[in-house]
Write a protein that binds this ligand. Structure first.
Ligand code: 6PG
Length: 238
C-alpha cells in the first residue's frame, strides 16, 4: 500500500486492488472502534463500493456492543427496495453483528419530515454531537452521500435534509455538509477507473466538488482508493 500524507489533516492510501481496498478499510475501521473506550458512532456510505468492506467488517474482531451505526444518506424507498441503502447495509453488515443501527424511516410522511426526525435522533446518538467515523463514497460527478453538485443541499445548515435528485428521479435523505465535516474522522472509499478523473481533480487541483468540500472542512480525512481510481493522480510518486 502506498500512503501519502498531505497537510497533516488528509492522507491518501492507494491499494493495488478493490479487494485490498476493502481489507484495508475494514482494518482501519475495526482499529478505530477498538481503540476507543466509549460508545462509537459509525456512519455508513451507501452505493455499491462499500459492500465488500462491510462483509469483511462483519467477520472482523470488533467491539460491536459499543457501536451505533447510521447512514450518511438514504434513498426515499422502502427498506426492502433494491435501491435501499438500509437494505444493503443490513444484508452485508448490520444484521450480522450485535450493534445498534439507526436508519431513517422512509415509510411515513414526507422526506423533509423524515430527514428532520432522523437528524434529531443522530444528534442525540453522537458523542458531543459529532460523528466519530464516517465512511463516504464518491460518484464520478464528485457527489458524496446525496450532496450533488449545483444543488441547494450543499448550503443546508441542519444535520440532515431531503433533496430531490433530478438525475436519479428520486428524493434522497442526506447528512448535511456541516454534519459530515464535523466528523472526527472521514474515510472516502473510492474504487474504479470511472472515478479517476474526478479524484485527480480533487486531490491534485482541489476542484470544489461536494466530496472535496466535505474533505476540506473536516479534521482528519483518509482517501482510501484502489490503483484504478488513482491512475490519473499526478501527486502520487510512481
Ligand atoms: C448512495 C451513496 C453515494 C455513493 C456514490 C458512489 O447512496 O449512492 O451514498 O454517495 O457513495 O454514488 O457509489 P458507488 O460506490 O456505487 O460507485
Amino acid at each position: 500500500m502506498l500512503a501519502v500524507e498531505y497537510f497533516g489533516t488528509m492522507s491518501l492510501h492507494v491499494l493495488p486492488t478493490a479487494d485490498d481496498l476493502a481489507a484495508a478499510a475494514a482494518a482501519r475501521i475495526a482499529d478505530a472502534i477498538n481503540t476507543t473506550d466509549r460508545t462509537f458512532s459509525l456512519g455508513l456510505a451507501g452505493g455499491g463500493t462499500p459492500a465488500a468492506t462491510y462483509r469483511r467488517l462483519a467477520k472482523a474482531e470488533v467491539q460491536w456492543s459499543r457501536v451505533v451505526m447510521w447512514l450518511g444518506d438514504e434513498r426515499w424507498v422502502p427498506h426492502d427496495h433494491e435501491e435501499s441503502n438500509t437494505r444493503m447495509a443490513r444484508s452485508t453488515l448490520v444484521d450480522h453483528v450485535l450493534s445498534a443501527f439507526l436508519a431513517p424511516d422512509t415509510a411515513f410522511g414526507d422526506p423533509e419530515e423524515a430527514a428532520a426526525h432522523y437528524g434529531d435522533a443522530l444528534r442525540e446518538a453522537f458523542h458531543d454531537g459529532r460523528p466519530d467515523l464516517v465512511l463516504l463514497g464518491m460518484g464520478d460527478d464528485g457527489h458524496t452521500a446525496s450532496l450533488f453538485p449545483g444543488t441547494d443541499a450543499l448550503a443546508a445548515e441542519g444535520a440532515y435534509l431531503a433533496t430531490w435528485v433530478e438525475q436519479k428521479g428520486l428524493w434522497r435523505l442526506t447528512a448535511s455538509l456541516p454534519l459530515l465535516a464535523s466528523a472526527r474522522e472521514i474515510i472516502f472509499l473510492v474504487q474504479g477507473e470511472s472515478k479517476a478523473g474526478v479524484l485527480a481533480e480533487i486531490i491534485d487541483d482541489g476542484r470544489p466538488y461536494p466530496a472535496q468540500q466535505v474533505a476540506a472542512g473536516a479534521a482528519n480525512v483518509h482517501w482510501m482508493v484502489d490503483e484504478a481510481a488513482a491512475s490519473r493522480l499526478r501527486s502520487v510518486p510512481r
